[in-house]
Design a protein around this ligand. Sequence first.
Ligand code: FES
Length: 119
Amino acid sequence: MPKLTVENVGEFEVEAGKRLVLALTDDAHIDQLHACGGAGRCTTCRVEFIDGEPDQMTVVEKNLLAARELSGCRLSCQILCDQDMSVRAISRLEGSGRADAGHTPKPEIEPQPVEWVDK
Ligand code: FES
């Protein structure tokens, strides 16, 4: 099982292929934002990678990061835990002023079908 390390939180064994956003909420139990429910529309699920950043990304992630002119971060709803990863959780409910973190993302990446490209 891949190991997920969340800076200042801990290390967690994660089911292979699990969405990173769900590993952050269900395994690491942090208040990770996912305002659009993991649909690849909002960017609030962003994390910074310390180690183990995937070489590939979904077309949705690539286009959204470019449209918002975001760099140095990745969208956890568009990433699967298929290797050891170490991340910094930079987008949390606490201090965000939001009422909640967003509705629970589905087990599979949205939107479907998923198209992968090099990052
Ligand atoms: S939860 Fe909205 S883009 Fe990831």
